[in-house]
Design a protein around this ligand. Structure first.
Ligand SMILES: [Mn+2]
Length: 334
């Protein structure tokens, strides 16, 4: 079941989860692999809330954090195991569209007496005993805020900061159309608690490294046009990452650089990753439903931003995807 804020159903569900959280003693949370601001923000906000209210909270995370996020307080307590002898009252699954994307980490979810799934993606099946999924929410952090608000507990600065980073990054700095009145309302409350927003902005967006600039430049220099300029693409190979000494997280945001070209409908970035696989990121400027396209490659996401990961070599994957998307655009089949 999906919930839409504001409604009585939403309110009741948020209240129910808030009560369960208040009563819980031992809590853990998992989010999707390769944390973004919303995945990590929602985990750490829950952590700070639990810590402040005398609960144990374990934030499971299995990959290195991007530098732009690793400064968030609580990041140092991320873990990849749960204590064997602990009974967990609640296990949260944040920001996860489907179990398949979670791999082995789904096994952790079974350790909790009650599981709770929070998410804001489209067409997400609730994987928890309790779910609060609202595809109109700006972010998972917004949904978590709505729950924490119901507890009546005053949120501390670290919790507010984590929630703010989630909402800020998922709304593209309050520019995308998910920057709803509710998102702004929540952010206003968070700022009231004393957040220094320009410092947060600088840490997230203006702390870059040389490798990042070089890998972005590499992707930009390979921008190619197809379909009379309605489709633009670029690519990065494993060799590019090795040659420039950059990691995959350094290429985050590359697709934004190429999707700002006037007149395009779709932008695609192909990234070769370990294990003979290619990661594909899709962006639409409005007309084309790229979530629908990514589904054809077993991916998912949102209507305007989606992704997939497929097996195959970079050249052949690129050829196949570009041809398919070109046909979709030419046929006006979207
Ligand atoms: Mn999100």
């Amino acid at each position: 079941m999906h919930f839409k804020w504001p409604s009585e159903d939403y309110d009741q569900q948020a209240e129910l989860i808030a009560q369960q959280l208040k009563q819980a003693k031992n809590v853990f949370c998992i989010a999707h692999p390769f944390s973004d601001g919303d995945a990590l923000g929602s985990q750490l906000a829950l952590y700070h809330f639990c810590k402040a209210t005398g609960k144990n909270c374990y934030c499971l995370n299995f990959e290195p954090l991007p530098e732009q996020l690793s400064w968030l307080e609580g990041s140092e307590f991320l873990t990849d195991t749960l204590p064997e002898d602990m009974d967990f009252d609640l296990g949260f699954l944040m920001e996860t569209t489907e179990a398949r994307r979670m791999g082995d980490r789904v096994a952790f979810f079974e350790r909790a007496k009650v599981t709770i799934h929070l998410d804001h993606h489209v067409n997400v099946t609730g994987l928890g005993k309790e779910n609060l999924i609202d595809d109109k929410a700006s972010s998972t952090c917004e949904i978590l805020y709505n729950i924490l608000e119901k507890t009546g507990v005053e949120l501390n600065l670290q919790c507010c900061e984590a929630l703010y980073v989630g909402i800020m990054t998922d709304t593209g700095n309050f520019r995308y159309n998910n920057s709803t009145p509710r998102a702004h309302e929540i952010v206003a409350r968070l700022i009231e608690k004393g957040l220094v927003v320009d410092e947060i902005f600088k840490k997230v967006y203006e702390t870059t490294n040389y490798n990042r600039v070089v890998i972005h430049g590499t992707a930009m220099s390979r921008t190619a046009r197809h379909c009379n300029g309605k489709l633009v693409t670029s690519w990065l190979s494993l060799d590019d990452f090795i040659r420039t000494g950059s990691k995959e997280v350094d290429s985050d945001g590359c697709i934004r650089n190429i999707s700002v070209i006037k007149g395009i409908e779709v932008a695609i970035l192909f990234k070769e990753v370990e294990g003979g696989k290619v990661k594909i990121s899709f962006r639409s400027t409005g007309k084309v439903d790229v979530m629908e396209i990514s589904r054809r490659f077993n991916g998912g996401g949102h209507r305007l931003a989606a992704g997939a990961q497929v097996e195959g070599n970079l050249d052949s994957v690129m050829r196949e995807v570009i041809e398919m998307v070109s046909q979709t655009i030419e046929q006006g089949d979207y």
